[in-house]
Design a protein around this ligand. Structure first.
Ligand code: BTN
Length: 248
């Protein structure tokens, strides 16, 4: 799979695989460690939202720690988005798009999301990074919850254990392939190519203020360039934009 010696922990249910790895990071465990749960009771998404995590999905977190001085961890989320997108396309032969910065889409519906968090230990130069990945691999038993049924999609309709195992193996292989080469940003071209936001109208959020803009470029550090209504340009980091994705 890779030159890494990866410890993999499988759990039937947990509050959040990210929480689980945060505790391990605080205890200073050796990395990398991967934890995979069939179900989460307190799954978390970005912007303090909850992430519904019923049986049928893959809930997986990876704990890594770079030894490199001044390691640029902001690239991990977009790099992971490409690894997830590649995995879905290779296994299921379905086209995916990436919504800057951390969501994977099929047919304008969300199929996967990524939540990266970090733990900094005292007197440690580089943080432990927790990369949380949630994929709607199979439709949950009884369907998606009412609040997300119009905006969520799964890769497959019916559960299949063999596909699930194949998916997990390939996802980890793709992730570590890009991670080992993160310095040369081998994921970047695909990240830009697959992005659904370029040319689209967006709403920029800054503090209490919201204003309309158009997304026009992504740079080599995966920041988003937007054009405001007065034609001025602004580079944005994650968490500052809402998109108006067109429905088909
Ligand atoms: C998002 O879409 O906002 C990000 C969702 C990230 C969900 C994954 S599932 C595994 C890991 N554990 C969590 O509690 N969250 C992440």
């Amino acid at each position: 799979m890779s030159t890494y010696n990866i410890e993999i922990i499988r759990l039937p249910v947990i509050d959040s695989t990210n929480n689980f790895l945060k505790s391990l990071a605080k205890d200073g465990v050796n990395t990398p460690v991967v934890v995979i749960a069939d179900e989460q009771t307190g799954g978390r998404g970005t912007k303090n939202r909850s992430f519904i995590s019923k049986k049928g999905g893959i809930y997986l977190s990876i704990l890594i720690k770079s030894q490199e001085k001044g390691f640029n961890s902001t690239l991990i989320t977009p790099m992971t988005a490409v690894a997830v997108s590649d995995t879905i396309e290779q296994i299921a032969n379905i086209n995916t798009g990436i919504k800057w910065v951390n969501d994977i889409y099929i047919d304008n519906k969300k199929v996967a999301g990524i939540l990266c968090e970090s733990v900094i230990l005292p007197e440690d130069e580089n943080p432990h990074i927790i990369v949380g990945i949630g994929v709607n691999l199979f439709k949950p038993c009884g369907g998606f919850e009412k609040e997300i049924e119009d905006i969520a999609i799964s890769v497959y309709d019916n559960p299949d254990e063999a596909i699930k195992e194949e998916f997990i193996n390939l996802l980890l292989k793709n992730f570590f392939k890009y991670y080992e080469n993160i310095g040369s940003k081998t994921f970047l071209e695909k990240y830009k190519l697959k992005n659904l936001v370029l040319g689209e109208k967006v709403t920029v959020i800054q503090g209490e203020n919201r204003f309309p803009a158009k997304a026009i470029d992504i740079d080599d550090n995966c920041r988003l360039l937007v054009e405001l209504s007065d034609k001025s340009h602004k580079w944005l980091n994650s968490g500052e934009v809402i998109f108006e994705i067109k429905q088909p």
